[in-house]
Design a protein around this ligand. Sequence first.
Ligand SMILES: C[S@@+](CC[C@H](N)C(=O)[O-])C[C@H]1O[C@@H](n2cnc3c(N)ncnc32)[C@H](O)[C@@H]1O
Length: 280
Amino acid sequence: MTQPQANQAQAELWNNQAGQNWVEQNAMLDRLLAPFEQPLVEAVQGARDVLDVGCGAGATTFAVARSLGGQGRCTGLDLSVPLVELARRRAVEMGADNTDFVVADAQLHAFQPARFDAVISRFGVMFFDDPVAAFANLRRAALDDARLAMIAWRGMAANPFMTAAERAAAPLLPEAPPRDPNAPGQFAFADPDRVAGILSAAGWRDVDLAPLDLACVVPAQDLEIYATRMGPVSLVLPSLEPDRRHVVIAAVRRGFEPFVSDGVARFTAACWMIKARNSD
Ligand SMILES: C[S@@+](CC[C@H](N)C(=O)[O-])C[C@H]1O[C@@H](n2cnc3c(N)ncnc32)[C@H](O)[C@@H]1O
């Protein structure tokens, strides 16, 4: 019997609807997530060969490559073809010669062994079917003593902005399944003990999770896109018949109102900065 390939559901999502949404909304997402670039840049100062896992359209790959200049390279890896194609187009436009982009699954990819001296990710590591296998695979790609620095979301309760749409839509979409907190997805790394256990089981050492709380500002036009085009509710909207869809969208818009003042939404992104070392 053939084994089902790992991460099929996520590969399907990120190569289709979610990937297309992220491609179309890349400018908005890069503005929204810009505050998360600097902590990763600082975490890999002095590195020469950096891997960016789940790089999407490459914002953090470019930020790290810029900071390393001629002394270093950053390779973005992602299983989404449309997002990697966008990242490659952007690299050409920017003349980002010290970047490379690879379409691959980080859990399964046959990396060149012991190549990278740092591994980073901005919200790209919460989607593995088998996170221990994925982080063991990433460790094989890392040099001895390589640094790991990743940003992931803390819990849903700590991130009311990120969950506003689904809270607002929940009474109108009773058929939507509740989130499984540990299933691959946005909040899968919320539990610090679980994350530390995954990394330790995969052989990473000196595991450290520190809260990273960053103030984010979303202009009105970005909020409208965010509310209707991103996240789990946006994925079910196309399947609803038009009247019901309009009712859900109106409820979602109201759900974001508490965050808006003076025409912009403000929220605190409650995340973990997760660090570790590859050492035996
Ligand atoms: C929330 S997005 C973050 C994208 C990017 N890091 C950013 O901050 O803009 C998550 C990314 O992880 C990628 N991804 C999910 N599972 C993956 C896997 N197994 N291997 C590689 N990339 C994966 C998705 O395709 C998606 O681009």
